[in-house]
Design a protein. Structure first.
Lengths: 111, 114
């Protein structure tokens, strides 16, 4: 079946440095790619998403890039802060289909 | 506060018990979901309801039984569970057919089967 692979499973970065999380997807018809952040004791929350008609989208310190040819997309967080510590999930879907989720990346920001 | 409320937050139950998880959304959405979240695994979609009608059942064992009495409430009835069913159960809602697929999640119910 369709799947989404996410790497790394754990990422530890120094406060102020950048963090990059990568995902690959198998369904070439996928056209919607959201990223969710899950803080401890909470459910996942959408932080940014991108559709297949654009290659990059930015929102303050976070950005997402999409390479449709290679079927991968990445989340970039710059100038990391302690409140960025969380588990991040990528997902992919095609129109009117359900989201296929990655396994998550635990991001640790070291002071 | 995301507008999706789940109760209880924590539940410990024996394998012979019957319990129910409750989810309520105050966002006016027309689709609701149950997900299972286990450590280091992708979110597993269990059930989907669109306009109160179940549209997906992803090969979930019959010991899990969903109920959607109206578009704002969703239940997950549990009976004769197994220890491997211990996980975080997340409810989510979305507004289908508007061009956006954003899902709003509740805080989850941490279920432990003993």
């Amino acid at each position: 079946g369709e799947n989404v692979e996410q790497h790394p499973s754990t990422l530890s970065v120094q406060e102020g440095d950048s963090a990059v999380i990568k995902c690959t997807y198998s369904d070439s018809a996928s056209n919607y790619f959201p990223w969710y952040k899950q803080e401890l004791g909470k459910g996942p929350q959408l932080i940014i998403d991108i559709r297949s008609n654009v290659g990059e989208k930015k929102d303050q310190r976070i950005a997402v890039t999409l390479n449709k040819t290679a079927k991968h997309f990445s989340l970039h967080i710059t100038e990391t802060q302690p409140e960025d510590s969380a588990v991040y999930f990528c997902a992919a879907s095609r129109s009117n289909y359900q989201l296929i989720w990655g396994a998550g990346t635990k991001l640790i920001i070291k002071p | 506060e995301t507008g999706v409320t789940q109760t209880p937050r924590h539940l410990v139950m024996g394998m012979t018990n019957k319990k129910s998880l409750k989810c309520e959304q105050h966002l006016g959405h027309n689709a609701m979901y149950w997900y299972k979240q286990s450590a280091k695994k992708p979110l597993e979609l269990m059930f989907v309801y669109n306009f109160k009608e179940q549209t997906e059942n992803n090969s979930v064992p019959s010991r899990f039984s969903p109920e959607c009495p109206n578009s704002s409430h969703l239940f997950l009835h549990l009976h004769t569970l197994q220890p491997e069913d211990s996980a975080l159960y997340l409810c989510a809602s979305s507004q289908e057919r508007t061009g956006t697929l954003e899902a709003f999640f509740g805080q989850g119910t941490r279920l432990t089967v003993v």
